[in-house]
Structures are given as C-alpha cells and as structure tokens.
Ligand binder design. Structure first.
Ligand code: NIG
Ligand code: FE
Length: 426
C-alpha cells in the first residue's frame, strides 16, 4: 500500500490527543491545531505527525508520495452521524407545495411525507435502490464525508425495512467510507396498522429488532418521537427492546414539539438525541443534569431547519451549559435534500452561532462519537484511519464556513487512498 507524506501544511487541524472521546462546552472552541505541519500515512492509518520544525526526516523514501500542502489546511474528514441516504426518489413536488404555504405536517397529513417515500421504496428493486444510494454517497465523499450513519425507515414493513438495511450494508462493503446502520422502523405509522398501533410496535420489538440484531444488520435503533408520529411510551418500548438486543438508541426528538422524549432517551441510555429544534428549559436542564457518561450527544441538523423554515436548535445554550454538540446533515428526501456537510458547517456558524472551531469539532470528533467511531475517526491522531480533507489555499480557518456555498475542498483521502484528487496531489 502506498505511503503518503504531507508536508508544509498551513495547519493540521483537530490534532487531538489519543483517547479523547468527545469534547464538551467551552473546550469545543479549543481545537488543537499544529501550524506548519507534516503528517505521515502508512497502511491507511496516521503513522506520525508534528510541526515542520520537528520533522525528523524519513529513513525510507520508497513507495512514498509526497504532498506539498503549502497554504492549505488538513482537517479530519467529516463524519455524518444522522442520515436517511438510502431512499428511492426525491420529493421535489412537496418542495413546491411548501413554497405555496403548506407545512411539513400538512403535507404528511395529505399522504405525502414519509409514507410517500415508503410507497416508492417498497416498489423499487434492491439493486436499483443500491445504485441510487451509492451515487448519493459518492457525492458526499467528494464533499469530504468519510463516515456516515444510515437509517432505515422508508420500508415500514418487515421485508422492506430489511431491504433498506441490506442495501446500507452493501454500501458499507463496496464504498471506502465507514458506515453505521440504524433501524428506524418507528418512523411513521404504516397505513395498514393505523387502527392497531400496538401490532406495529409488536412487529418492531418482537420480530424486526431480534432479526436485525441476529443478522447484524443494524448498530442502533431510532424512533421519530413526535406529535402525530410515535409517543414517548412507544419510543420507550423500542428503546428497551433495542437495549435488550445490544442496540443503543439514536432518536429523533423535539423537532416540532417538546413532549418528553429527551428525558425518556436519557433514562434508556440513548447514544444521541437528534434535532432539538424546539427545546423547553426543562429539556435543556435534563441534558445539563446528566453525568457525562450517561449523556446522549445532542446532534443538531441545521440544514433541516433551513429547508423546512423551522427554528434552529439552541446550540449556544447547549454549549454554554457545558454539553458536547455534534452536527449532521439529516440527508433525506423530505426535510433535507442535501448531504453536503460544508453547508452544515456554514449554517452552524451563521444560524447556530457556533464558532468555526466549535462547528469543526462538532462535525469531526463529536460526530464520530455520536456513531461510536471516535476511536477510528474524527481527529488527526496517530493510529486513526487516514481519512482527511486537504483544503484549497485558504487565508484562515474561518474562511471555510465564511465562504458558504463555494467549494473549499481540494483533496479527500479515505483510509490513505485519494478519493478526490485536487491540485495538492499534482
Ligand atoms: O429527520 N423527522 C423525521 N424524519 C426525517 C424526515 C423524513 C422525511 O420527510 O422523509 C427528518 O427530518
Ligand atoms: Fe432524520
């Protein structure tokens, strides 16, 4: 396997010490940066790094590609801990309905929304679903994403939920990025079960979760805990069944209404609580009162707020209360048609008022932690996967989120291999 030496980097960003698990509160702004840095990659892993002033030289120059990164930043690749990237088709007709004034909930009530996506997915063969999802992930990798969590939730039947998860597993096997998978059968109530909700919960807890766990098709379980979707009690049943089968929760809570989902997620030891656009003081305090070891990672999705024109999550209040924050794209056909984490970086700074350093931490180490990948990804640390971004020549780190909507990425390396090759490699 070829070795890589990056030298003269304007800075190595996110050079966290080994063992760092997640970053909380005021520490999120203290991003470790090595100015004028070098980094050696061997066997797809980060082998060594440091400032050029301490560069020890290389004993063996064989099979070594040297990249001069003068003027460029080197950052850990983006991690995306909340997506619905396996889906059949976009829903731009609903986008136009939204422009005309309908809300997300009104569109769902008319048979659009998640049930619309489920009908299309059930009708699509597995290979076609794989090919379409693969193209989306390739676009995301070109934009710097090196790890992704993918949820089911557009199948809403035993057979079609399993189909989605098999497709996600095949993506994991055939693409270079890291993939974690989540069973989100409790995404919307399928029409067949609308008069017998308990029977659908039985199907999820007594058939799907045991089978998915036995076949290792999912790492986590999720529930859309929301008015008109799933109640707190229903979410608790799914989380308890998931925990009994070794699948921690990563849950959709407080997107439109605050109904107690956060408190229940904490009780059930969830790994992350996602969305959080609508937060009461008691929701914030429940998170702030957690011991760090019991704390689900608040995972914010500003591109969903942007697209649906709903409130932005209170990132400042969460960070100021000493909590860790992660960011994700929420890429899905209904509320976030974009999987571009560079846009999420800009929205986090512009709309969530996160500092560039905080937002980068939230898209790297904390995002990796929100899918249990913090020991492999999320920082430039010896021993981790060599999955990183080399930027275009850039005047400052703040320029990356500042120059929103413009492509600031030059090169993307995944596990030591170029996925996107820019000027830095030539
Ligand atoms: O995270 N909120 C629920 N699920 C998705 C949207 C799903 C859809 O509309 O297809 C979300 O926003
Ligand atoms: Fe989502």
């Amino acid at each position: 396997m070829p070795r890589l030496l990056i030298k003269n980097a304007k800075a190595l960003v996110g050079a966290f010490a080994p063992g760092m698990q997640r970053v909380a509160g005021a520490d999120m702004a203290q991003l470790p940066i090595i100015a004028d840095g070098w980094m050696l990659v061997e066997e797809g892993r980060i082998a060594a790094l440091g400032p050029m002033s301490d560069f020890p030289g290389i004993a063996d120059w064989s099979n070594l590609t040297v990249i001069d990164a003068s003027g460029r930043y080197v950052l850990p690749g983006w991690c995306d801990p909340h997506t619905h990237t396996v889906f059949a088709a976009p829903r731009e007709e609903e986008f136009v309905d939204k422009i005309k004034g309908l809300s997300y909930q009104e569109i769902a009530a008319r048979g659009g929304g998640i049930l619309n996506s489920a009908a299309k997915l059930r009708a699509m063969d597995e290979d076609e679903l794989f090919q379409r999802s693969k193209a989306r992930l390739e676009a995301m990798m070109a934009q710097g994403t090196v790890a992704v969590e993918i949820k089911s939730g557009y199948g809403l039947s035993l057979e079609s939920e399993l189909k989605m998860l098999r497709v996600a597993k095949r993506l994991a096997a055939e693409l270079p990025l890291q993939v974690k998978t989540t069973l989100l059968a409790a995404h919307a109530m399928p029409a067949e079960f609308k008069d017998d909700r308990a029977a659908y919960l039985d199907l999820i807890c007594e058939q799907l979760i045991p089978q998915v766990a036995a076949e290792q098709l999912a790492d986590f379980v999720d529930v859309f805990c929301e008015t008109n979707y799933f109640t707190v009690a229903e979410m608790e049943r799914v989380l308890a069944s998931g925990a009994a089968h070794g699948l921690p929760g990563k849950v959709h809570v407080n997107q439109f209404t605050s109904i107690g989902g956060i408190q229940a997620a904490i009780t059930h030891g969830a790994l992350s609580v996602d969305h959080l656009e609508v937060m009461s003081d008691s929701d914030l305090n429940a998170l702030a009162a957690c011991r760090l070891a019991d704390l689900p990672i608040p995972t914010l999705l500003p591109s969903c707020s942007f697209f649906l024109r709903i409130p932005y999550a209170p990132a400042r209040a969460l960070i100021d209360k000493g909590l860790p924050v992660a960011l994700a794209s929420d890429h899905n056909p209904g509320s976030t048609p974009s999987g571009n984490l560079n846009l999420v970086l800009s929205l986090a700074c512009i709309q969530l008022r996160m500092l560039p350093e905080e937002a980068i931490t939230a898209l790297t180490l904390n995002a990796a932690a929100a899918m249990q990948l913090q020991d492999q990804l999320g920082s430039l640390t010896v021993g981790k996967r060599a999955s990183f971004i080399i930027t275009r020549e850039s005047p400052s780190l703040a320029y990356l989120p500042y120059a929103f909507g413009t492509d600031q990425i030059d090169t993307v390396i995944i596990d030591g291999k170029p996925f996107r090759s820019g000027a830095a490699l030539r």
